[in-house]
Ligand binder design. Structure first.
Ligand code: CS2
Length: 449
């Protein structure tokens, strides 16, 4: 099969992980048919492993889709350069200051923005943000780096590219822009005003279940293509990308390849976070408690499957408005099918990682919507109880708030629950002081124990 290669670099992408290589890169690769100039420079903020793997292969890698009839593979030639900011800072800035650059996109996970998870505001106490204030020309955070790029382009009289987040955060474009304004505002109010007035930061909703690639995945790809592609990625057939149509300049014709360009991404974000990410987290917590390893293993456990279905139908779907053109029933029904796909080995521990950053996006709005109707959602509370129980038992995977969470564990799980529910940056104001939520979580803890 021939490889479609890009002829120029007009996109700088931060975060070249598996999700990006399976999702946005796939849309960009297809759009090379319309315009080959929209190649990508893929840059990691710190780690060098995937960057090195790509670099030795001339940035060509294999995208494998796990269909019911088997694995379908395709060579990808859209990435032109792979770099790590920690090592290749000069080259990164050269690309960032290229007059032809059209988009800076990013998949850096929820915690990559250094925001307070509950309020969405930039966390000025974050170690990386503090570092970047002290070393503005050597930023290590996404927000510090983007601000440095915007300042340097402005200084050089260059237009700003569109800055686009592809992470699972509500209003990701608006949050990112607000963080940049807040960061710039501390030292350069002129720049902050210009960002406020002029920066295009569209929101986008992304969806494609793509586990971190493991050695067995690489073996499966090698068996198909005849060489060991260390940057290969395996993903599900389903893919969705809904983008706010607000760009500073030209961009690839993603809409010709399945992306939806719209004025209002919010209903899509809500549906995705509530009907896919919320049950995903819940499934991960309950599944880990019951000793399962992957999402598909957990879905094969009838107790867990029943829980996920009840959670979806009784607690999540009733407070989620379907965006126009999307059938909520079908969407909800497809979720369990996607989770149950045995070809995808998605480790529960990967999904349960960083849960403190995900709860405010996935579950708190659901809790609030039910409280506004005078109700407590029992299955959401059970999911939260499962998360707390993982900490109680010392089974929780890595979390940026790990020290604080571990220090909140008490001998009695109910006391642990009260301490956790009162953590404002996880639950906002909604849970800590609500006796009905607390007692429902207590009851669920007793039941889980
Ligand atoms: C998952 C997501 O790891 C997680 O938290 O819920 O990465 C999920 O697989 C994607 O959002 C699906 O599009």
């Amino acid at each position: 099969m021939g490889i479609r290669r890009a002829t120029a670099t007009r996109i700088l992408h931060l975060g070249p992980g598996a999700f990006f290589r399976a999702h946005m890169a796939a849309y960009c690769e297809k759009a090379l048919v319309q315009d080959r100039s929209f190649g990508i420079a893929a840059m990691s903020m710190r780690s060098t492993a995937i960057v090195d793997a790509l670099a030795v292969q001339d940035c060509i890698y294999t995208l494998g889709e796990m269909h019911a009839h088997g694995l379908e593979v395709r060579p990808m030639g859209v990435i032109r350069e792979a770099l790590a900011l920690s090592r290749d800072r000069v080259r990164c800035m050269e690309i960032a200051l290229d007059p032809g650059l059209s988009v800076i996109s990013m998949t850096v996970t929820e915690k990559g923005y250094a925001l307070d998870p509950a309020t969405g505001a930039l966390d000025f106490d974050h170690a990386d943000i503090r570092h970047d204030f002290d070393h503005p020309s050597e930023p290590v955070s996404v927000v510090g780096l983007l601000t440095a790029i915007l300042a340097a382009r402005r200084e050089a009289g260059l237009a700003w590219p569109t800055v686009m987040s592809l992470d699972n955060l509500r209003h990701n474009g608006r949050l990112l822009k607000a963080a940049l304004i807040a960061f710039a505002g501390r030292s350069n109010s002129d720049l902050a005003t210009a960002i406020d007035n002029d920066l295009a930061a569209p929101a986008s909703m992304v969806d494609r279940i793509t586990p971190a690639t493991g050695p067995a995945d690489l073996d499966a790809v090698a068996a198909r293509i005849g060489w060991r592609d260390r940057a290969a990625v395996l993903t599900e057939p389903f893919t969705q990308w809904v983008i706010e149509d607000r760009f500073a300049s030209d961009r690839p014709a993603w809409e010709r390849h399945g992306a939806i360009l719209t004025n209002d991404v919010e209903p899509f974000e809500n549906a995705k976070l509530r009907l896919i990410n919320a049950p995903h987290s819940a499934l991960a917590w309950i599944g880990l408690l019951r000793g399962r390893e992957t999402v598909a293993d957990a879905m094969a456990d009838p107790v867990i499957r029943r829980f996920v279905e009840t959670l979806l139908h009784e607690d999540l779907a009733p407070v989620t408005d379907a965006p126009e053109g999307l059938d909520k029933g079908e969407y909800t029904a497809s979720v369990t099918g996607r989770f149950a796909n045995p070809a995808i080995r998605h480790r529960l521990a990967q999904i349960a990682t960083d849960s403190s950053q995900k709860i405010a996006q996935r579950l708190v709005p659901v809790l609030e919507a039910h409280r506004a109707r005078g109700r407590v959602p029992p299955h959401v509370c059970r999911a939260i109880a499962a998360w707390i129980m993982l900490w109680q038992k010392g089974l929780a995977p890595a979390d940026p708030m790990g020290d604080e969470l571990a220090a909140s564990v008490r001998a009695d799980p109910r006391d642990t629950a009260d301490a956790f529910l009162a953590i404002r940056s996880v639950f906002g104001e909604c849970a800590g002081r609500d006796p009905d939520i607390r007692s429902t979580v207590h009851a669920a803890l007793a039941d889980l124990a």
